[in-house]
Design a protein. Structure first.
Length: 178
């Protein structure tokens, strides 16, 4: 009996407000159940960010299960029929904070990134990952901005290498890269 193909792992990249999350969600509309890994950490004093999180929550179908404020690699160790990880940028920011890496040498979060890439590569169910694409504008004026740009750029390349599909969302339009 031939082995069945593993469902695809898909990376969705895009700039801020590009429509990447909505596109990623639409990729899973046919899934009977979806586990949504929300990486954003809500700061109750940041009303603008809280509003953005609310928009994402309200857009999700009621039958999706949301897992918030957790390590994606740990959650991906348990398979689910379909998983949406949104987003790598907020996860990376939290890892840089946790490791006090904003003023540390580049690569301080490499062990965290290694763990995530390994978990994605080992995951055998349908997986959609959302991440910001960076580097299309001016060079950030701050060291922390350049550090984030460098770290997310490297991580995006590594995730794209282990994913079966990759899309770039530009002005709400998907461009299939892989």
């Amino acid at each position: 009996m031939p082995a069945t193909a593993r469902p695809p792992r898909t990376l969705v990249l895009g700039g801020a407000r590009s429509g990447k999350s909505a596109f990623a969600e639409n990729l899973l509309t046919d899934a009977p159940t979806v586990r949504y890994l929300a990486t954003a950490v809500l700061d109750p004093t940041d009303h603008d960010f809280a509003d953005r999180i609310t928009v994402h929550r309200d857009r999700r179908p009621a039958h999706w299960t949301t897992v918030e404020n957790t390590e994606p690699a740990t959650v991906l160790a348990t398979e689910a029929p379909a998983t949406l990880l949104d987003d790598i940028g907020t996860w990376l920011t939290a890892r840089l904070d946790a490791r006090h890496a904003w003023d540390a040498p580049r690569g301080t979060v490499t062990p965290d990134c290694d763990e995530l890439v390994d978990a994605v590569q080992a995951y055998n169910q349908r997986l959609v990952i959302v991440s910001p694409e960076v580097g299309m504008g001016v060079i950030p004026a701050t060291r922390s901005g350049r550090l984030f740009r460098d770290e997310i750029g490297t991580l995006n390349q590594r995730l794209a290498a282990v994913c079966d599909q990759a899309y770039l969302i530009v002005a709400g339009l998907p461009v299939r890269l892989k």
